[in-house]
Design a protein around this ligand. Sequence first.
Ligand code: NG6
Ligand code: CA
Length: 512
Amino acid sequence: MRHFSTRSVLTFGTCLALPTQAQEIKQEAIQEKPNIVLIYADDIGYGDLSCYGAHRVTTPHVDNLANNGIRFLNAHSAAATSTPSRYGLFTGEYPWRRNGTGVARGDAGLIIKPHRYNVAKLMKKAGYTTGAVGKWHLGIGEETGTQNWNGRIAPGPYEIGFDYSYLMAATGDRVPCVYLENQEVANLDLNDPISVSYSQNFPGEPTGKDNPELLTKLRPSPNHGHDQSIINGISRIGYMKGGKAALWEDETIADSITSRAVRFIEQNKEKPFFLYFGTNDIHVPRYPNERFRGKTQMGHRGDAIVQFDWSVGEVIRALKEAGVYENTLIILSSDNGPVVDDGYADEAVERLMDHKPWGPYRGGKYSMFEAGTRVPFIVHWPEVVRPGISDALVSQIDLLGTLAALTGIELEEEKLSDSRNQLPAWLGLDNEGREYLIGAGTSLMIRTKDWKYIEPNKGRQYNMLTDTEMGNSPEDQLYHLRYDRGEYDNVAEKNRLKVRFFKQILEEEKSK
Ligand code: NG6
Ligand code: CA
């Protein structure tokens, strides 16, 4: 492993002091305003990519970014599920500070309020054209359940700073199963209007529960719900009616959203742009395109990883064709850790073999243990970043502070919230990163580079449905991650002082 010995100094607003001979070029690159592309995977675990050790699936495009950028070993999403992670990613505020940031329904109102400072607003201020493509899962419209899906829905991504959007409102398994382009349902026939409900079915509409014979593509796993409206032969969470011409087909979601991401790059290549590209892969229902079927021996889950890698390759190709690849900062990560059975009988469990989606870590999606939030994280910027591996403690919560530093915008503390400038670490010039990072599940936890403390709580310790060890315990839990990355040896009893110290920091953070 290459360790970076030089801690760089950062000067806001003017330039980066980089300790290399190529200093001038790099400063020029920064002053030129690099394009920024944030590729945000869904449910891809620490061990799901070949550059992170997977050998049952090959991800050449992602690996290429890793090999020519910085691959982080200790990087975290803000939470172990999607909505809170995305909330933290964009706002820089720990999601546990804010009610209403849990996994959002498909008809949730906009969760990031228009007055809230966030990454899109920052990038606009810095003179960028901003785009959001793919999975959103941050709500849209004023209030939950009040949207009229047959007109423009606001507030939404535009009101918080995105010039362009092409989005799935929530998740692949939640209605409405349509794309929203600039906050209007794409391809909608107004003679066949859309209605959505999360409380009751519409008379005469089939459901997975009552009409299992109509489930032609996937069935829900027993006791996992997912048995409401049937769209494209797959039953979902929530009820919807109408909008037939606008419905997505699961097997072409990657194609649809990737083509919009590519088009955004082509159309904006002349001026600096910020693109958030949230993939649907590898969230359930996993139903990859025929082109990717059988590319792994692991069935849909493995093939969806290959499909994700293809999407990454298309974005890279578009950047190259637009002539902006060299001066584009690409950040690739995932919203939370992996889950194998997340509610559809897609054979992910049966065909997993010796693949380890969670890498060497305990837990997974939903968990307070490491695999819940320790995710792949790659920073690639040919003009500036020297390839390497970093074990700095980095967090997606720092996107706001880091991009503010990069674009030379000074933010007041109130706007920064919990976000910090971690540009030196993200560019591979500082191998320490954050002093600590606070996460949450049923209770709070604090992680330093080497240690982790989880507050006692009464949450269930094991989720049988998803086969996840949740990391909850009525006792204090303290793990020395450097020697015990699997979190099996709780050393809280032997280190009462340390526990007290961590508790104190948590109390201070809670009271902020
Ligand atoms: C859960 C869903 C799961 C997934 C998750 C959100 C059930 C039983 N499970 O409630 O399938 O949709 O929510 O995943 O309904 S996330 O990655 O978007 O956070
Ligand atoms: Ca997710």
